[in-house]
Design a protein around this ligand. Structure first.
Ligand code: FAD
Length: 489
């Protein structure tokens, strides 16, 4: 009888196309299945509150799926090294299989673990289960690291198609006599007093089958509208897969392969398919950037921004978090985030730009807020998105591109259906004034039941003045000496 193998689930909470699991199954050894809530190892990059809600439900789904296939998922919390040591001793485990993670804290943890396990004669097998290509696999012609997306994406495409994804095993050879680990409830992942996540439940189905259903609905109902519709938050055009992808309930290889297959069969338009797949490219690109530049988890990719004169206006920050800035499109986004755990990409860019440029708040503060409140919080994508918006990231939007919070609303939510949904106190305003209520005539406001400063805030900053202030602040980045500029060329 071969010695047991431990399959350690991390950001790969699925049975299908899970290389670590499939390879472990192929050995024929009895298997232990483990999830460790070990984000204390992550320090201030620990799981946010909304992610914890998602994780609770995803683990419930994974546990049930493993059970239905003949195994048992053991749950544990604490330092991974201690939990693993304990199980190795208790069950005589010979090898541990896992799919790799790429955040700086998890790379440090895994490197230390591998060396420790090697010293204990435990075999460790690791795999790529969450990227199209790993951060070191896509290289410039000179063998270097990319810092611009388009050539990165070309290099990804040149690497060719993804392999056919693997099916879930028919059955799992679960080890016998596994003692129960912690109960899911004991991980204490759900909010209680108050249960601010109650609104998430009807919207999301965490877990592998929820991911598959979401992807199927996207491919059959929404993908054709993707290229033109993806910028309009009220248009059902995007996949809504980000949390499923973050937790690994579906793999990028599955998404790539099934999108390509439908495209080749003519079921979905070529341009829509490629414009969607390109976003998976951005997901890989952000991993590539963070893995190869780990200091950018909290440091500016462009050192010229290190001297940026951020301001710390706590009242303004609070108003932003609560969706009470007086700019309806920004407020709709921040309230969408609070109510649903997600925010549309266009609105993420506008709200982030508003915080950074209109309020001169350090991007790291916004990144931390998003990380705590997004169900799809993903360190690489979030840091990438914030640094892109701030202008201090790789291949970033230039700092002087300052999104106008009301014309963005007029352009991308012209009929106001998104804004009215999340800012209902303005619902009766005509389209013409919805995104700039401070310019509406008194009579129009009165008829719509809007009293600025009472039923809805006046703008907390004047757009024109805030814009000029932001551009003046940006001047400081230009005086940085050319040697540090060269570093990012
Ligand atoms: P789709 O448009 O359907 O795209 C498919 C998938 O591609 C997404 O699920 C996601 O995995 C990936 N993707 C899409 N857009 C991007 C992008 N711009 N960068 C990287 N990957 C992308 N995404 C996260 O997954 N987690 C985050 O914490 C996160 N924080 C962000 C913060 C800011 C300030 C900004 C501007 C963007 C952020 N994004 C983040 C990227 C993007 O907004 C979301 O991935 C997208 O809105 C998710 O919706 P979707 O699944 O319907 O995307």
């Amino acid at each position: 009888m071969p010695s047991p193998i431990l399959v350690w689930f991390r950001q790969d909470l699925r049975l299908s196309d899970n290389p670590a699991l499939l390879q472990a199954v192929a050995t024929g050894a009895p298997l232990h299945f483990l999830y460790i809530l070990d984000d204390a190892d992550a320090g201030d990059q620990a799981l946010g509150a909304a992610s914890r809600w998602w994780l609770h439900h995803s683990l419930a789904a994974l546990g049930a799926n493993i059970k239905a296939h003949g195994g048992q998922l053991t749950l544990a919390s604490g330092h991974a090294s201690e939990v693993l040591s304990d199980l190795i001793t208790r069950y005589g485990i010979e090898a541990i299989y896992w799919n790799r993670m790429y955040e700086p804290w998890s790379v440090a943890r895994d490197t230390a673990l591998k060396s420790d396990l090697k010293d204990k004669d435990i075999r460790v097998e690791t795999f790529n289960g969450s990227l199209l290509h790993e951060p070191w696999a896509v290289k410039t012609k000179a063998g270097g690291i990319f810092s611009v997306f388009t050539p990165f994406w070309k290099a990804v495409q040149a690497l060719g198609d993804q392999e056919t994804p693997g099916d879930a095993p028919d059955a799992l050879n679960g080890a016998a006599d596994v003692e129960p680990g912690q109960a899911l409830k004991e991980l204490d992942l759900l909010p209680t007093k108050p249960n601010w996540a109650a609104g998430f439940e009807p919207l999301w189905q965490p877990g592998e089958s929820g991911a598959r259903a979401m992807f199927e609905a996207f491919l059959s109902e929404r993908v054709s509208a993707y290229s033109d519709g993806r910028n309009f938050p009220a248009t059902p055009a995007v996949s809504r897969l980000s949390a499923h992808l973050h937790f690994g309930e579906i793999s990028p290889r599955q998404v790539w392969y099934w999108t390509r297959s439908r495209m080749e069969s003519g079921a979905i338009p070529v341009d829509a398919a490629w414009s969607f797949l390109r976003e998976l490219g951005w997901r890989d690109f952000n991993r590539h950037l963070l893995f190869n530049n780990p200091h950018t988890v909290s440091g500016n990719f462009k050192p010229a921004f290190d001297a940026f004169p951020w301001q710390d206006d706590e009242d303004a920050f609070k108003a932003w978090t609560k969706g009470r800035t007086g700019y309806p499109f920004v407020d709709a986004g921040m309230r969408e985030l609070w109510q649903t755990g997600i925010m549309h990409n266009r609105v993420r860019m506008v709200t982030a730009s508003f915080l950074i440029k209109h309020l001169l708040t350090d991007w790291r503060k916004g990144e931390a807020w998003f990380r705590n409140t997004l169900i799809d919080a993903d360190l690489a994508n979030n840091v990438g998105g914030w640094q892109w918006t701030a202008g201090c990231g790789a291949d970033a939007s230039p700092y002087f591109r300052i999104f106008n919070p009301f014309t963005q609303g007029e352009k991308f939510d012209g009929d106001g259906s998104y804004t009215r949904k999340f800012v209902p106190e303005l619902a009766a305003l005509p389209d013409k004034w919805l995104h700039r209520p401070w310019e509406a005539p008194d009579e129009v406001l009165r008829k719509a039941g809007v009293v600025l400063g009472k039923t809805y805030p006046k703008p907390i900053v004047d757009h024109g003045k805030a814009r000029e202030r932001a551009l003046r602040a940006y001047e400081t980045t230009k005086s940085v000496n050319s040697s540090s500029q060269q570093k990012v060329a």
